[in-house]
Design a protein around this ligand. Structure first.
Ligand SMILES: Cc1ncc(COP(=O)(O)O)c(C=O)c1O
Length: 376
């Protein structure tokens, strides 16, 4: 089987598993306990915090470990918004192509707390114009939230331009898909979300890095762990694994980018040459190296997926979270695709270490699309 759904999640790296193993067995305990066992575990947690902060060029105190990307995005947006305004609602700016974990918490803040939300449009390749961010700002804007790289179409946003446009308003960057492919240090973001399971750490660990000067209201309330910003006993093994995974992803990034870009471009060329009615979705060049995405006219994405799986290729029709609903992708419709066209989308997302053979994969795609079109 050829697994090409790494944007949804990949395997845990061996080095990560080895680093985590002691904390799942002999080095157990609660990092908040005051005895020496607890101190040992707390030391490991703080070491993991320093290591991830170093990769992100942030301070250790800026790192809040979370259960993953969804929690990091919720904490960033609700935490910064409520931290800034208390009980008086303000204004939030985001874009129409964000992950549901961003859009849904914005809608929640609007519905329950009375925030105003501006959801900025994107162009037909999925870019948001930094000038539109500047134009949307108001005196009561508390946070701008933008994805670094889109999870469905791979388009990379001009984060530096958006940070400049936002001026003194904090910018939260959802870097869940960018980690391991794009530089994470020096974006100028005030807050950054990462999810472990996209970079070789397990599911159930992630982080929000948020610059210390920004007041952050917690979303989870309880024992006051993570300096009061995220209560709940920490996932120490996960944090240790995330630190190793992030360091390795950063170390391996240049090679991964070169390998994946070559494979993605060769695969895309072959698909466009051999499959009529195939169109790339997203920016053809300023996109994630390991993500190729298309629509195939006169097909259904779900049917092509099944035909691909019969040929040993496992991939997805867009984001894993949206899979299973019949709703067309909000990302593609925001990019101007009509609902029927959006239902023909397929996303191929590669392994960093071993991208697929472009020619063989393109043949499988051509066969699968032909099978769907002929109704066989
Ligand atoms: C861009 C983006 N943000 C957030 C998330 C949510 O992360 P998690 O699955 O760790 O909750 C995902 C997951 O696919 C994603 O792609």
């Amino acid at each position: 089987m050829l697994y090409l759904d790494h944007a949804a999640g990949g395997p845990v790296r061996r080095e990560v598993l080895e680093a985590m193993a002691p904390f799942l067995t002999g080095r157990f305990g609660n990092p908040s306990s005051v005895h020496t066992v607890g101190e040992d575990i707390a030391g490991a947690l703080e070491d993991a915090r320093r290591r991830v902060a170093a990769v992100l060029a942030m301070r250790a105190g800026d790192i809040v470990f979370t259960s993953g990307g969804t929690e990091a995005n919720n904490l960033a947006i609700a935490g910064i918004a409520i931290g800034a305004r208390g009980r008086s609602p303000g204004h939030i700016v985001t874009t129409a192509v964000e992950h549901d974990s961003v859009l849904a918490v914005c809608r929640y803040l609007q519905r329950i707390h009375g925030y105003d939300i501006d959801i900025l449009p994107v162009d037909d390749e999925g870019h948001v114009d930094p000038d539109s961010v500047a134009r949307a700002l108001r005196d009561d804007t508390v946070v701008v939230s933008v994805g670094y790289a889109n999870n469905e179409v791979g388009t990379v946003q001009d984060v530096a331009g958006i940070v400049r446009a936002a001026a003194s308003v904090p910018v939260h960057v959802d870097a869940v898909q960018a980690a391991g492919w794009l530089p994470l240090a020096g974006t100028g973001a005030s807050a950054l979300s990462i999810a472990g399971h996209k970079i070789g750490a397990p599911q159930g660990i992630g982080l929000l890095a948020v610059r210390g000067r920004i007041p952050l209201e917690p979303v989870l309330h309880g024992g006051g762990q993570e300096r009061g910003r995220r209560s709940g006993t920490q996932n120490v093994a996960g944090a240790v694994g995330l630190a190793v995974a992030l360091e390795l992803a950063e170390r391996d990034r240049p090679g991964a980018v070169a390998r994946a870009t070559a494979a993605r471009d060769a695969f895309t060329r072959r698909v466009l040459d051999t499959v009529t009615g195939a169109h790339v979705t997203g920016d053809p060049t300023r996109r994630l190296p390991g993500l190729a995405s298309f629509t195939f006219s006169a097909t259904s994405g779900e049917a092509v997926l099944l035909e691909l799986e019969r040929r040993g290729v496992v991939t997805s029709s867009g984001s894993a979270c949206a899979a299973g609903h019949d709703e067309p992708s909000h990302v593609l419709t925001a990019m101007g695709r009509d609902a029927d066209d959006a239902r023909t989308a397929i996303r191929f997302s590669f392994d960093r270490a071993a991208p697929p053979d472009a020619a063989a994969l393109a043949r499988a795609v051509a066969d699968a699309v032909a099978a769907v079109r002929s109704g066989s």
